[in-house]
Each structure stands twice: as structure tokens, then as C-alpha cells.
Design a protein around this ligand. Sequence first.
Ligand code: SAM
Length: 285
Amino acid sequence: MSVTTGVLYVVATPIGNLADMSQRAVQVLTQVPLIAAEDTRHSRHLLDHYNIRTPMTSYHEHNEEKASSELLAHLMTGEDAALISDAGTPMISDPGFTLVQQARQAGIKVVPIPGPSAVIAALSASGLPVDRFFFEGFLPNKRTARRHRLELLVTYPHTLAFYETPHRIADTLADAAAVLGGQRSAVIARELTKIHETIHSDTLEGLCAWQAADPNQSKGEFVLLISGNADPVTLSAEEQWIDRLMTALTRELPLKLAVAIAMEVTGRRKNALYRRGLGGDNIVE
Ligand code: SAM
């Protein structure tokens, strides 16, 4: 006799204000026999608040593989389970990917229970255009890597969204101003849904000065939103690299040879590279 597999519920929880828990989230977390939580001690506070007595098991970035296998085995016996993270929607800069991917591959039904997510909350109140946006999540810790990621986003024409921590927000603002341009409009959404919620708009340069002037504005949790590139002719990092390559090659080699090498390295078309080699336009082709 074949056993019907259980359902995996992916449940969003509040990002600060416990009242943001949905009725459906409470219902599901009360009814499932097992909750996989990123930090069981942290989530105990939420569950206690809603009088949810369901047992928890831990599922975090350091045990994703092992915990996923155990949870899949549990789901295979026909029992349901729910996945929650410390705050907001699981998998949005949070653990859960391995479990959800493997569950779907195993034919297990995965049901989202939607709710809070800091990036969506920030976008919704930002006043920036949000019909299209790019969610980068956390930028790298190290300055060089961080600037490199930002360089890749220079030409993106729609709103950019980042998550940030208190100890890095000032550096990230400074790097974003340096790489993307200090005059871009941006919004800092800090401590959303909490007592010190602040949503502040300015240019990137203005935000740097505003934060430097008030140390309280560097405390808590942050979403940083930056308007997209309004100037479509600004070259991407890749185009700038191709220009540098062509400049270096044509300095040392005859144009024909420079173009042949550049074609092999970049995969770009001959005519476009010729034009660039002759100092003409650098239209992306
Ligand atoms: N899964 C979560 C979500 O759906 O938003 C995000 C988890 S991620 C580990 C934590 C980051 O989200 C924080 O460092 C911060 O950048 C952002 N964040 C979470 N709660 C926030 C809040 N109340 N206000 C502003 N940003 C928040």
C-alpha cells in the first residue's frame, strides 16, 4: 500500500511586530505535527505568544543537508511539516532552499503561507518605482567584493533592493555612492514594523551625511533601496572591461589581430569590436 506524502508548509512570520502574524500561519503552525525553525529558541517566543505547542526541530544554514534529509523522511511517512525562519519569509535571505528543492523533487506538495518580508514592506512604502525591481539581498562583507557586485548593477534601470546590518550600513552607503553615483535617489527603511521604524529618502550622498549625523540611524535592521540607472548610456562593468581590453590590445597590436583576439575572448561580433578598436561607439552587440 502506498503512503501519501505529507505537505511541507513554508510559513512567513513577523519581521518585528508579532501582530503581523496571519491567521492562516497560526492555524498551520498549530496543526502540523512538526515545525522546522531556524533558531528554535528565537521562535519559541513567537509560538508562545500564539499559544502554539507544536514540537520544533532546528533547520539552519549549518545543518541544511542533514536536517533536510530528516525532514524529507518525516514527510515521506505521510506527516506534514512547516518551515519557518527567524523573521519574515523563509528562503528570502534565509535558509530553506535545500529542503524546498528536495521536497519538490521528491514530489512532495509544498504550500506557501504568505506574509511579511522586509524587502516587500520597504518597497511598498518607499515612493520609488517598484513595478520592476532587483533584489540583491546582502552584499559581500569585503569592500572589494562589495564594490564589484555594485559595479555589476550600475546600468540596471529599475530599483535595487539590499539587506544590511548595523555594522555595515555606513560602508555600504559610501560604496554605493562611490560606484552608483552620490546623486541617485535612495531610501533607508529601518526597523520596519517596530517602535523605531524609520523610512527616510534622500540621495545616496544625503543618506551618508544623515546617518553620520545621528548614530541612532545606524542601529537595527535595514533595507536599502536605490533608484535604478536613469541614464541608459552608462556602460556596464562588462562593457567598460571590453573597452579597456580593446584599448590595451590596439596599443600593442595591429587592429586586425587585436579584433581577432578580442572576438575569441569576449564572443562579441567582429564589426562591433572594429568600431570600438577605432575609438567609435561602444554599443552593446
Ligand atoms: N526572511 C527575511 C525577510 O523575508 O525579510 C529576511 C531575513 S535576513 C536574514 C535579515 C535581514 O532582513 C536584516 O538584516 C535586514 O536587512 C532585513 N530585515 C529583517 N527585518 C527587518 C525590519 N524589521 N526592518 C528592516 N529590515 C529588516
